[in-house]
Design a protein around this ligand. Structure first.
Ligand SMILES: Cc1cc2nc3c(=O)[nH]c(=O)nc-3n(C[C@H](O)[C@H](O)[C@H](O)COP(=O)(O)O)c2cc1C
Ligand SMILES: Nc1ncnc2c1ncn2[C@@H]1O[C@H](COP(=O)(O)OP(=O)(O)OP(=O)(O)O)[C@@H](O)[C@H]1O
Length: 163
């Protein structure tokens, strides 16, 4: 089976050659079992610039919670299918800043509850010579009763109802 990561990345880098005036925003996350909170985050990220690339986390880098249910390539495919997303790529397994170096974005959009420290990210960007701001998106406010705005809550309900 082909790993789409390298071809996606190559296409993106080629597209960025000669860098246009467009503001490139990068968002990132696990995106296991998509829900409207994910869509809200990605819409907010897209509104921070002109183009949105999403880095989908590898299971080895999801170490702060339960491992994802779905394979990385499946998660990437679903994120890529969202209208607001220009491109979704699989993240690097070892160095999470490698795709950032290659993409050279203008903005990194952090999710409202993403555990990363913006100051630490900015320090790492500076040490690698990447000129990029770090901004945080807001959380989605519930729009109707019984919204499930968290992968963990979806899994918990499945276990309760079908387990
Ligand atoms: C700037 C940035 C770049 C990232 N790049 C990658 C990456 O290349 N590969 C990867 O597996 N995870 C990467 N991650 C990590 C995950 O996307 C994410 O932090 C975490 O593992 C998933 O957490 P979440 O879904 O709770 O946000 C990156 C995170 C940040 C903040
Ligand atoms: N309800 C929400 N509102 C806004 N952003 C959200 C919401 N839920 C998730 N996100 C954002 O989407 C990105 C990916 O989130 P992630 O894949 O960790 O989903 P999650 O539902 O928060 O997962 P879990 O419930 O397992 O912690 C993160 O940046 C996160 O902040």
């Amino acid at each position: 089976m082909t790993d789409t990561r390298d071809t996606d990345r190559t296409a993106r880098i080629r597209g960025r050659e000669g860098r246009s005036d467009e503001t490139l925003v990068v968002a990132q996350g696990t995106f296991d079992l998509l829900h409207p909170g994910h869509v809200h985050y990605l819409e907010q990220a897209r509104a921070m610039g002109d183009e949105l690339v999403v880095i989908v986390a590898r299971p080895t880098n999801v170490d702060h919670k339960e491992a994802p249910i779905c394979a990385a390539r499946q998660r990437r495919e679903l994120v890529a299918a969202l209208e607001v997303v220009d491109e979704a790529i699989l993240g690097d397994r070892e160095d999470i800043f490698r795709p950032i170096e290659e993409l050279d974005p203008d903005v990194i959009a952090l999710g409202h509850d993403q555990h990363h420290d913006p100051g630490a990210i900015e320090a790492e960007l500076e040490s690698r010579g990447i000129d990029c701001t770090v901004e945080r998106a807001s959380g989605r406010e519930p729009k109707y009763n019984d919204e499930l705005l968290s992968t963990r809550l979806i899994v918990e309900r499945i276990l309760r109802r079908r387990g």
